[in-house]
Design a protein around this ligand. Structure first.
Ligand code: HSE
Length: 430
């Protein structure tokens, strides 16, 4: 590897501008670290003349991002456009076909098409790198792909979405409801104007899919993620969680079980004063169980200009060094397929809350439906209120089959003594 590595940058939003700033502002250090110079030789964005806090006037500009992939003076295409299909996908595909390395932050694209794109990169003898796609600045892709390789990874658990963690942390601190805290998060710029992908769990699912593939050597399987967002989490549940010694966190969990790979995104009860429970505000974290090597915990900033640009630069430096292998840690053809754990096999202990009329027989009715589905209660609280007002009955179950708990709750919800849709939240082991 000699001469400068020539970078074409498509997408000059917050992260793209951050990458350009580092390429100009920290060039000497990057050269020392990467073993060769790294030069920005072309850029593309929707708007040419916008103040991005970095002077790009001397860099050739392409109106059409796809032209970046065709330029002879570009060795590596950095795709920071985003989106599962459209221009981003076309750019990545044409760059790989043109034998350009690709560095991307595009989790949606890779969660959906990762194995195909990894195969395309291999056949063309170039790399496909995506450190910035998962948890911003946390070097978790490198850790899973290159660090924790001696033993089989059995489980990955993570707080993978800063927006959700910020909202849940604020709800807990202030006792305010979800909608109010979301509106405040939007005002402060912590949440997008359209927050669906974050609060619905989709963004976490994208990242979990990629983590699972890196950890288990499987084809990224976005459709295999069972997903629940945070919009139904209430201040009451957060307060009860505290009473039981837990905090509610939106987790992405991937496990290798006897039946296959389980991938779940859900608000979960995490035992208080454990590393995951202690992750505050908009921070991200990943915990990896790596067999005989033990459990590892990574925490850091999961979004924003500095953290995400840092991850992009780490990938560019790898390409400059010639340090690249298969995108997901094993040849694309060797990634395992069809190893999804059946939904019936999913098990957990559950927290449940029922708002019920305080009348004779209500507890017996709830217990009967739970018993019918072989769901056993481990502990319980009932809070009294004024006569005639609904009361909260809160239970924690022993380990039970997820589908059985869902069936029991549907039956309980149909009772005329139950005033609200019952709430169920899985308990995550420490
Ligand atoms: N919107 C994401 C978050 C960052 O809130 O963590 C980009 O994936």
């Amino acid at each position: 590897m000699t001469g400068e590595l020539r970078v074409g940058l498509a997408g000059l939003g917050t992260v793209g501008a951050g990458v350009a700033k580092v390429l100009f502002g920290n060039a000497q250090n990057l050269e020392w670290r990467a073993g060769r110079g790294i030069a920005l030789t072309a850029v593309s964005a929707r708007e040419r003349k916008k103040d991005r806090g970095v002077d790009l006037s001397a860099i050739p500009f392409e109106n059409n991002p796809l032209a970046i992939a065709e330029r002879p003076d570009v060795d590596v295409v950095v795709e920071l456009i985003g989106g599962e299909e459209g221009v981003a996908r076309a750019l990545v595909e044409s760059a790989l076909r043109a034998k350009k390395h690709v560095v991307t932050a595009n989790k949606a694209l890779l969660a959906r098409h990762g194995a195909v794109l990894a195969g395309l990169a291999e056949r063309n003898g170039v790399s496909l790198k995506f450190e910035a796609a998962i948890c911003g600045g946390i070097p978790i892709v490198k850790a899973l792909r290159e660090g924790l390789i001696a033993y089989e990874i059995s489980a990955i658990r993570g707080i993978l979405n800063g927006t959700c963690n910020f909202i849940l942390t604020q709800m807990e601190a202030t006792g305010r409801p979800f909608a109010e805290v979301l509106a405040e998060a939007q005002r402060l710029g912590y949440a997008e104007a359209d927050p669906t992908l974050d609060i619905g769990g989709g963004d976490t699912a994208h990242k979990l899919t990629l983590l699972a593939s890196l950890a288990f050597g499987t084809v990224p399987d976005l459709d295999g993620v069972a997903m629940t967002g945070i919009d139904k989490v209430s201040p009451a549940d957060i307060a009860f969680a505290g009473e039981f010694g837990y905090r509610i966190k939106l987790l992405g969990v991937a496990r290798r079980t006897a039946n296959g790979i389980e991938q779940v995104v859900h608000p979960a009860m995490v035992p208080a004063r454990t590393p995951l429970a202690d992750v505050e505000s908009s921070f991200n974290a990943v915990s990896a169980d790596a067999g005989e090597a033990g459990r590892f915990f990574f925490q850091g900033c999961g979004a924003g200009q500095g953290p995400t640009a840092s991850a992009v630069l780490s990938d560019i430096a790898d390409v400059a060094r010639g340090a690249f292998g298969p995108a997901f840690g094993r040849p694309a053809e060797e990634l395992e397929r069809g190893k999804r754990e059946p939904a019936e096999a999913r098990k957990s202990a559950y927290y449940m809350r029922f708002q019920v009329l305080d009348v004779p027989g209500v507890m017996a009715e709830i217990s009967r439906h739970l018993a019918n589905e072989m769901v056993s209660i481990e502990s319980m609280i009932q809070r009294g209120r004024a006569p005639g007002e609904p009361v909260a009955i809160v239970m924690i179950t022993h380990e039970a089959q997820h589908v059985a708990v869902v069936r029991a709750l549907q039956a309980i919800a149909a009772s005329d003594k139950v005033c609200e849709t019952p709430c169920m939240i899985p308990m995550e082991a420490a």
